[in-house]
Design a protein around this ligand. Structure first.
Ligand SMILES: [Zn+2]
Length: 257
């Protein structure tokens, strides 16, 4: 049994919020039908003969680039390894769709589907899930879904795809009318009532914008802030109300169609 797998299966399973792809502990059970391809910071667990195995070298390159990018852009260090369990399908992974993932930061593990094509959509999914592990081990667990789910996609390297801020800003411009006010998105009690694609992309876009305009140090101060205190703390950190920043962000994105 390789060490990364042993670390995963001794973890406890807990219930997690249905609206987040980021459970705290687990996975509870992992079968033994894997081959392991190691890169400097990842153990890619792939099904023998699978699409993931055939493309493990490329997936490893993309994830290594993302690993370095995340730590560089957010200015922190993390020396850990991430165990990626890459499944052949939704049925194989026991997940809802062929484009699904879950991250387990406490055990430094990710479960995700890995199906063709080998494109930005797949790279973005795997990068988002591994970012949960990397960011939370380096910076702690964000206290709102807004930051918990926004930050992993806000910090996507665009070396191998354009699913990072290029996509997010243009998506924001074309979905402006459908994006709820940020005062609603920062409220954890309302998070699961939103269309999740809209909630994830809008959160990521706004955080990418904050990072681009003001750098990481202020943004990192928002990670431990809960919904109730978020707007007040935002104004304290940025010397601008959340509403003012939201107007500036929407206008900024309108220029990136
Ligand atoms: Zn997520």
């Amino acid at each position: 049994m390789n060490p990364s797998w042993r670390r995963v299966i001794v973890a406890l399973a807990v219930a997690w919020p249905a609206a987040a792809c980021e459970p705290i502990l687990g996975p509870s059970r992992v079968d033994s039908n894997w081959r392991v391809v190691d890169t400097p910071h990842f153990s890619l667990n792939v099904r023998p003969g699978s699409f993931a195995e055939q493309n493990a070298a490329t997936l490893g390159e993309v994830l290594e680039d993302q690993y370095a990018y995340t730590a560089r852009v957010l200015e922190f260090s993390y020396a850990g390894r991430v165990s990626m369990f890459l499944y052949n399908s939704a049925a194989d992974a026991d997940m809802g769709s062929d484009h699904s993932g879950s991250a387990y930061p406490d055990t430094e593990a990710v479960r995700a589907t890995c199906v063709p094509p080998l494109d930005g959509s797949l790279f973005g999914l795997l990068s988002h899930e591994s970012n949960h592990v990397i960011q939370q081990n380096g910076l702690g667990r964000p206290a709102t879904y807004f930051v918990l789910e926004g930050l992993p996609s806000a910090v996507l390297s665009e070396r191998y795809h354009s699913r990072g801020k290029t996509f997010l800003y243009s998506w924001t411009a074309s979905h402006d009318a459908q994006i709820p006010p940020l005062s609603n998105l920062i409220d954890d009690d309302k998070w699961s009532s939103h269309d999740q694609q809209i909630a994830y992309n809008a959160s990521a876009s706004f955080l990418a914008y904050l990072l681009e305009v003001n750098g990481p140090s202020r943004l990192k101060q928002l990670l431990p802030v809960n919904s109730k205190d978020f707007a007040r703390k935002f104004e304290e950190v940025y010397s601008s109300s959340l509403e003012e920043a939201e107007r500036a962000w929407r206008a900024f994105c309108a220029g990136h169609r």
